[in-house]
Design a protein around this ligand. Structure first.
Ligand code: NAD
Length: 283
C-alpha cells in the first residue's frame, strides 16, 4: 500500500539546532531500504532522501505506485532506484546489494526493514507461513549484511539498521514465528556489531511498538479472529494496552530514529536495540 510523502524538514531543523554532531547530513551516501514500498520502510527512505542520500527502494506492490514513490524521492535531488529482489530468495537479495554498488558506487546505509506477520495459535500455524516469516523477517538480513559488509569495510564507514520490534524483546501469544524471527534479528544485530566495530560500521536494531501501517491493519482483523474479540477491542485492549502512552508510534518518529543512528552523535551506539514503543517493554 502506497502512502503520502511525509515531511522530515522538522527533523532537519532539529538536527541543525542541536549542533553539528547531530547533523544527519547524508549527502552522497547510498542507502538500501528493504521493504520500502509502503509503511515504515517508505518513511525511512523518504527521511534518508530528504537529507541527501541516494536510495534504493525494494518491496512488493503496484508498479505505478512504486514508480510514483521513486519519482517523489528524486524530487529531493537524489538518485532513487527500485530493485524488485524477493526477500525470500537469498541469491536475489545478495544480488540487490551488488547491483546497487554497480549502479550507485557504494552501499553505505543498509536498512533491513522488509517484514510480514501471521497470527495463529502455534498448533495451527501453517509451516509455509513459518518458513516465509523466518526468510523475510530474519534470513534476508543475513543475506544483505553478508553482501554489504565487505563494501562498507572497504569504505571504512557503514550504518546497518535492522527493523526488529518490541516483539524482538518480549512475546505475545499467536505470533510464534514473528517473535522468533524478531528475537533472532536482535541477536544477529549484536553479533554483527561486534564483528564490524573497528571498521567504522555500526549495527543497531530499532524495536517499534505498534505503528498503524498495512501490516498492523491486517493484524487487527486476524487478532480479532484468533482471540474472538472485536477489532475495536484489539486496538484498545491488545495493541494500545501494551503502549503506556496510549498512542501508536508514527512512521515519522521511526524515520527520525533511523536518521539519528546515521548521525555522528550515534557513532558509538552499536549492537543496541532501541525501543520506540511508548513504554511497552519498560513494564
Ligand atoms: P508494511 O506491510 O507496510 O511493509 C512491509 C514491506 O515489506 C512492504 O514494502 C512489502 O512489500 C515488503 N515485503 C513483504 N514481503 C516481501 C518480499 N518477499 N520481498 C521484498 N519485500 C517484501 O509493514 P510495516 O509495518 O511498515 O513493517 C515494516 C517493518 O517494521 C517490518 O519488519 C515489521 O515487522 C516492523 N515492525 C512493524 C510494526 C508495526 O506496528 N507496523 C511494529 C514493529 C515492527
Amino acid at each position: 500500500m502506497n502512502q503520502p510523502m511525509m515531511d522530515c524538514r522538522f527533523l532537519l531543523r532539529l538536527f541543525e539546532q542541536t549542533g553539528s554532531s547531530m547533523n544527519a547530513n547524508l549527502k552522497g551516501k547510498v542507502a538500501i531500504v528493504t521493504g520500502s514500498t509502503s509503511g515504515i520502510g517508505l518513511g525511512i527512505a523518504q527521511g534518508l532522501a530528504q537529507v541527501g542520500a541516494h536510495v534504493v527502494l525494494n518491496g512488493l506492490g503496484d508498479a505505478n505506485e512504486i514508480e510514483s514513490s521513486r519519482k517523489a524521492l528524486e524530487a529531493y535531488g537524489v538518485k532513487a532506484l527500485y530493485n524488485n529482489a524477493d526477500m525470500t530468495d537469498g541469491a536475489q537479495t545478495e544480488q540487490m546489494v551488488h547491483d546497487t554498488v554497480k549502479a550507485l558506487g557504494s552501499v553505505d546505509i543498509l536498512v533491513n526493514n522488509a517484514g510480514i506477520q501471521n497470527v495463529s495459535p502455534v498448533e495451527d500455524f501453517p509451516p509455509e507461513k513459518w518458513d516465509r516469516i523466518i526468510a523475510i523477517n530474519l534470513s534476508s538480513s543475513f543475506h544483505t549484511v553478508k553482501a554489504a559488509v565487505p563494501y562498507m569495510k572497504k569504505a571504512g564507514w557503514g550504518r546497518i539498521i535492522n527493523l526488529a520490534s518490541a516483539h524482538g524483546l518480549v512475546a505475545s501469544p499467536f505470533k510464534s514465528a514473528y517473535v522468533a524471527a524478531k528475537h533472532g534479528i536482535v541477536g544477529f544485530t549484536k553479533s554483527v556489531a561486534l564483528e564490524v566495530a573497528q571498521n567504522g560500521i555500526t549495527c543497531n536494531a530499532i524495536c517499534p511498538g505498534y505503528v498503524r501501517t498495512a501490516l498492523v491493519e491486517n493484524q487487527i482483523k486476524d487478532t480479532a479472529k484468533a482471540r474472538g474479540i472485536t477489532e475495536d477491542e484489539v486496538v484498545k485492549n491488545v495493541m494500545l494496552a501494551a503502549q503506556w502512552t496510549k498512542k501508536f508510534v508514527t512512521v515519522e518518529q521511526l524515520a527520525g530514529v533511523a536518521l539519528f543512528l546515521c548521525s555522528p552523535a550515534a557513532e558509538n551506539i552499536t549492537g543496541t536495540s532501541l525501543a520506540v514503543d511508548g513504554g511497552w517493554t519498560a513494564a
